[in-house]
Write a protein that binds this ligand. Structure first.
Ligand code: FAD
Length: 557
């Protein structure tokens, strides 16, 4: 096994370790990138700010955290041995189990020696003369590499809201996206939770079960489908393991990379009774596959309304107090246009005596004081506050790094009005810098591990091609990027996704440009385009055999 005991070189008087590939992030994307790079005989190093692997599953340790893609699918497919030997204990794995899986993978493939933990990348600058990236960290270390892969995650930059007085609060503040490692005891405490998105919906029932009283501060109600999580059925697990590779292949032919029962009719093409039966069947089965009931639920507003109304009726049925039910009923966006949630007794939680729902649309928070939260004319005394306020999605982690491309161009400046990429994989002006599940790729609309595997394989193949043709650099062309972003915009506009104020659009982040970031055209179409681009000699990219500045000098001479 080749590890990165890399050559040391001097850069601006500092010693910079040198390798072929620097990978930022040791979640599922970074781990797989390291595995493939090493298999190709390349030297690689992963830099990770956490003290362990797992990314999302390292950070999001809040009670109730679990995946909402079934465990048999939310896992790597690249190793038959791995998928045969790992055993998931539940239909939807919990965070500790997914983290244990990530650690198991790291150990099995001997990844740890090449990962630098507790180290944050602060800057990555392209050195034009050498066509190399110089990556600097908060530990004062530097790495120099031909290729830099940003595996920094689409949901890894936790978002803390700016509320007057938040820093004066006397109790503990927890963010679901950065939950403490030690056990948090809430028993006998008055707890406030801010946010009712995917994380909020998972954590709220767990907090309610522990707290003396739970105040749920809600701005926007969200649609959620019961997960109906259960212990793994042995026969179900075996049926998957008997034909894992065929099933994985089929999953890759589905729009979200998830093998599911995908309705092929319009919701309006069937009689009302049949439609409701279908919704009932899926509601009883549980999980986010509910929105796959009909082919046009995210395209046709009237079709969508039928599914949304079905869920609204269920909320009214479950929640006993009609005024609370009304507040919990989403009315301002089509179902599925915001990330659909899967829950365990979420709506039932509001029937508990120790839970109070506070509607922030009519009673906005004016301030946090040392004792609690003031909202409208009421004051809520609290011992601790849980922020389930989500992430600066898709671009947040990248924008925290000072990324400098050709001729001093910064990514922050380039993406000021919204991210621009070709296929989500590269951005013009930043040669040899790859992004895994970047904006402009399907990423968060899929089983992300599938999207990660496809992106990482594409990057590995691209690097292999560069080595073969003696390419010093590869870079997305401006025109390919513009056409792709236009395509991303157009496909989104043909759907109902753009009708919700969601984090897909970045509107949860003050000042972030409202641009729909993921590609909604489906994973198979996207993957086909990526493959064709590669087969066509990396159409839409320029590949140079000399460094970009040498080429520029030659052109100018
Ligand atoms: C609570 C939650 C539940 C989810 N459930 C699902 C699900 O059911 N199905 C699904 O498909 N997806 C789900 N996701 C999305 C999930 O993020 C992906 O599935 C996947 O884990 C992403 O892996 P990644 O390696 O791309 O990124 P991450 O897991 O986010 O890893 C990125 C890593 O990069 C590190 N990093 C970032 N910036 C720097 C820096 N500057 N320097 C050093 N290190 C850095 C971070 O510390 C992190 O460890 C969920 C996300 C959350 C938050």
């Amino acid at each position: 096994m080749q590890h990165t005991d890399v050559l040391d070189g001097r850069v601006d008087g500092e010693v910079a370790r040198s390798c072929d590939v620097v990978i930022v992030g040791a979640g599922f994307a970074g781990m797989y990138m390291l595995y493939l790079a090493r298999n190709m005989g390349l030297t690689a190093v992963v830099i990770e700010s956490a003290s362990g692997v797992g990314g999302t599953w390292f950070w999001n340790r809040y009670p109730g955290a679990r995946c909402d893609v079934e465990s048999m699918q939310y896992s790597y497919s690249f190793s038959e041995e791995l998928q045969q030997e790992w055993h998931w204990t539940e239909r939807y794995a919990s965070q500790p189990e997914i983290l244990a899986y990530a650690n198991y993978v790291a150990k099995k493939f001997d990844l740890l020696p090449d990962i630098k933990f507790n180290t944050r990348v602060t800057r990555a600058a392209f050195q034009e003369e050498e066509s190399r990236w110089l990556v600097s960290t908060d530990q004062g270390t530097q790495y120099q590499a031909k290729w830099c892969v940003m595996a920094t995650g689409c949901l890894s930059a936790a978002q803390t809201p700016k509320i007057p007085g938040l820093d004066t609060f006397d109790g503990r503040i927890y963010h679901t996206g950065n939950w403490p490692h030690e056990a948090v005891s809430l028993s006998g405490k008055k707890v406030g939770v801010l946010g009712t998105g995917s994380s909020g919906i998972q954590v709220i029932p767990e907090l309610a079960a522990q707290a003396k009283h739970l105040y749920v501060f809600q701005r926007t109600p969200n649609f959620s489908i019961p997960a109906r999580n259960k212990p793994m059925d042995a026969e179900y697990e075996n049926s998957w393991k008997r034909s894992y590779s065929e099933r994985r292949e089929k999953a890759r032919s589905m729009p979200a990379g998830i093998l599911c029962d995908l309705g092929d009719k319009s919701a309006l093409a069937v009689p009302a009774e049949e439609r409701v039966q279908e919704y009932q069947r899926r509601w009883a089965a549980g999980g986010t596959g509910f929105t796959a009931a009909f082919a046009d639920l995210l395209k046709n507003a009237e079709s969508n309304r039928t599914a949304a109304e079905f869920v609204r009726e269920r909320i009214r049925e479950v929640v006993k107090d009609p005024s609370v039910a009304e507040l919990l009923t989403p009315v301002d966006h089509p179902i599925g246009a915001k990330r659909i949630c899967a829950d365990t007794r979420y709506f039932e939680t509001f029937n508990r005596e120790n839970v109070t729902l506070v509607d922030l649309r009519t009673n906005p928070i004016s301030e946090v004081t040392p004792e609690g939260v003031a909202a409208g004319s009421d004051f809520y005394e609290l011992d601790c506050l849980v922020l389930a306020t989500g992430f600066d999605a898709m671009t947040g982690a990248l924008s925290k790094i000072d990324i400098v491309g050709r001729q001093g161009l910064t990514l922050k400046e380039k993406w000021r009005d919204g991210p621009n990429t070709f296929l989500g994989l590269m951005s013009a002006g930043f040669p040899n810098l790859f992004i895994v599940t970047g904006p402009g790729s399907p990423s968060v609309l899929t089983n992300v591990i599938v999207a990660i595997e496809d992106n990482v394989q594409w990057i590995a193949r691209c690097i292999a091609h560069l080595i073969e043709v003696d390419g010093r650099y590869i870079e997305a062309t401006q025109s390919a990027e513009e056409q792709w972003m236009e395509q991303v915009r157009k496909v989104a506009e043909g759907t109902l996704y753009t009708q919700a104020k969601s984090w897909y659009l970045g509107v949860n982040i003050p000042g972030k440009p409202a641009v729909f970031m993921p590609y909604v055209g489906g994973l198979p179409t996207y993957q086909q385009i990526c493959d064709e681009v590669a087969v066509d000699g990396y159409r839409g990219f320029s590949i140079g055999t000399q460094s970009p500045c040498v080429e520029r000098r030659q052109v100018n001479a």
